[in-house]
Design a protein around this ligand. Sequence first.
Ligand code: GTP
Ligand code: MG
Length: 345
Amino acid sequence: MVEYRAPIVVVVGHVDVGKTLLLDKIRNTAVAYREPGMITQHIGLSYLPWPAIERYAASLLAKFKLSGKIWVRGFLMVDTPGHAAFSNLRRRGGSVADLAILVIDALEGVEEQTKESLFLLKSRGIPFVVAANKVDKIYGWEPHPNFAFIDSYEAQDEAVQGRVEEMIARIAGELAEHGIEADRYDRVADYSRQVPIVPTSAVTGEGVADLLVVLAGLTQRLVRDRLAVGNGPGRGVIMEIKEEKGWGTTADAIIYDGSVRRGDRIAALGLDGPFNTTVRLLVMPKPLDEMRDPEDKYVFVDEVKAAAGVRVVGDSLERAVPGSPLIVVRDEAQLRSAMSELSAE
Ligand code: GTP
Ligand code: MG
């Protein structure tokens, strides 16, 4: 039986549009509807299990007749504070990101870095949803904390609804200039032709349910084949190299296929070419609901399966460059082929 991993979802957009706050809101929502021990956070990564989202978005799922029809297990969300982070998400033939949330300020529309994000998403062929964020700043908007957008919209007066429609039409018009057809998400019939726009507020939580449900829809319709994973040796990408007191050099990585185990040999790319080393420790963030003392943030694990973010501790990791592939090798033949693959990078 084929197993499907959680999609890796990058959050991109212009500065200050609310990427980080939106992720915080999504994560806290998931914690509130918790799946005990499941929601984790580190290196700008959060893993959100679907059951928590399902409880949160129950009435919206019922409205769209989607209850029980979602097989997505969850989302691995990646905050990308700048283009470097996004470019580091490389993998052969494309990007580690399966999907993206392009956050646009509802009042500002498409800005300079929005265009750069659009260009990157298009050139890497990453399907995306637009979060038209800060909808609470639309003149006259009555906040309904944590409501689905469509429910809150229904409760606004007509003048406000008109302003929301104008905002959506303006963003759709600006996106059209870049060759992208977009519309309010509940008017999109075919995700492969039109980009859905979901008005959100990272402050009030409005639209967060809609955003997550649309992401699940995009996953099932557009990226399913990318998510089939094997049980074999893992593959990932190194996002960041850090010196940690007591541990030595650590590499924060995103694993998108197979698994990595303590004691595994891994190959990666250094400034001076490919090298390999042994995984001394695998460190995972402690689930948020179990994190009582802020000092006590981590757990050590024996194995990590895709999709996940993990901190790898091992000798000579200081040689690795961010953006390098991380390839687990479990025999000599795999080591040779990984080293030659890395030389060709
Ligand atoms: P960079 O990482 O610097 O690119 O910014 P960001 O996109 O992560 O934005 P961030 O989440 O840091 O939010 C920027 C500012 O906008 C903060 O002051 C937030 O409080 C505010 N903000 C974010 N989302 C919303 C929203 O939905 N409504 C309102 N009213 N303010 C928001
Ligand atoms: Mg940010």
